[in-house]
Ligand binder design. Structure first.
Ligand code: FAD
Ligand code: SF4
Length: 330
């Protein structure tokens, strides 16, 4: 591992100034960054430790929004009583992520910025070809073992899956990421993540010298009636083969769909909002057939490679199952 400088910041402005220096990374919980440094994927010259910044770990739940500070620990957010009752999808997405030890260390900001688990990306010694790590070098996954790779949003340059769970729930509910830098700004989480196109090395909208300071989720009725279903190869400590963050609101008749929110994880190069499915469901009666018919739209345009075609079959089933669970059909 390359030798690096370490500085600990006590306030945001100092941290931002320090992060403007070349080859600098913020260090939050370190559960992603240190792994990547040990494997040689990340080689920063300097770490700015932001884990002790004041005022960035608050969790606020009020009538029209939920605000979560970037330094809040995954475990604290998952266990927050008001989040569990008002926004179960957020709590469930976090509980199903990683392990208890990691959730106790890892921050919400770091969680949003975790990097793909593509094996080729994470092993530079064995696989020099990776456009995300080394632009223009090729993509070892296209003709390699691509069982865990994306069927939605991929390009000829990269098919790596966005691996996180929380961001899927945030995208389903139109959350916003709060960014501080030379100017303060807010970006919809859906717009924050970029498709790989021909520049898979550019993964999100964050610039050098900018810090995520929080996320905010608007409170809508479907948020209270929400659920995160994660299907994976084993029941814990595993990334999603396919997951769905969903929420439902019924008309007064208790049966007609008034509002529905759906986003997919584990299948796309970014958290994947299934808007076509949402549009197909609004105004329809809540039946298993209606759900399964509409859920097929989620994989319109999906592209399978040699080993990941099962995701095209799985994703609509995960959507239907998640909606049936939250709507009381199972
Ligand atoms: P760090 O490692 O400290 O930072 C990660 C990146 O974000 C770095 O580039 C850092 O510079 C940057 N950064 C951190 N905070 C900020 C900020 N506020 N502003 C700007 N940049 C920032 N995640 C899931 O969602 N689901 C899973 O199933 C899952 N399983 C896992 C299994 C294992 C074995 C491991 C190791 C991780 C797993 N994870 C999973 C990922 C885990 O959730 C992340 O490692 C964690 O959330 C990262 O948070 P951190 O605070 O440790 O980030
Ligand atoms: Fe690299 Fe993306 Fe190809 Fe994986 S899928 S090897 S991250 S370019």
């Amino acid at each position: 591992m390359r030798a690096f400088d370490y500085v600990r910041s006590s306030d945001i402005n100092t941290a931002l100034q320090q992060s403007g220096l070349p080859e600098t990374r913020f260090l939050a919980g370190g559960t992603t960054l240190l792994d990547l440094m040990k494997s040689g994927v990340e080689r920063p010259a300097r770490l700015v430790d932001i884990s002790h910044l004041q005022g960035l770990n608050d969790i606020t739940v009020v009538s029209d929004h939920i605000h979560i500070g970037a330094s809040a620990k995954m475990s604290h957010v998952a266990a927050h009583a008001q989040i569990q009752s008002q926004a179960p999808v957020l709590s469930e997405a976090l509980w199903r992520a990683a392990s208890a030890q990691i959730r106790n260390m890892a921050s919400i900001g770091g969680n949003l910025l975790q990097r793909t688990r593509c094996t080729y990306f994470r092993d530079p010694a064995a696989y020099p070809e990776c456009n995300k790590r080394n632009p223009g070098s090729g993509c070892a996954a296209l003709n390699g073992i691509n069982r865990n790779h994306a069927v939605l949003g991929g390009s000829d340059a990269c098919i790596a899956v966005y691996p996180g769970d929380l961001a899927v729930a945030l995208v389903a509910f139109d959350a916003t990421v709060f960014i501080r830098g030379a100017t303060d700004r807010q970006v919809a989480v859906d717009d924050f993540y970029r498709l790989p196109s021909n520049r898979p090395d550019i993964e999100n909208d964050l610039s050098v010298g900018e810090m995520i300071v929080g996320v905010e989720v608007p409170v809508v009725p479907a948020l209270k009636n929400s659920h995160y279903l994660k299907v994976r190869d084993r029941a814990s400590y595993e990334f999603a083969a396919a997951s769905a963050a969903v929420g439902l609101e019924f008309e007064d008749d208790g049966h007609t769909i008034k509002d529905v929110r759906i986003a997919l994880g584990g299948v796309g190069t970014k958290p994947w909002r299934a808007r076509q499915v949402e549009h197909a469901l609004i105004g329809k009666p809540f039946t298993e057939k209606v759900l399964r018919d509409a859920a097929r739209y989620a994989v319109d345009g999906a592209q399978a490679r040699e080993h990941n075609g099962f995701k095209i079959v799985l994703a609509p089933r995960v959507i239907a199952r998640a909606l049936m669970t939250v709507g009381g059909l199972v």
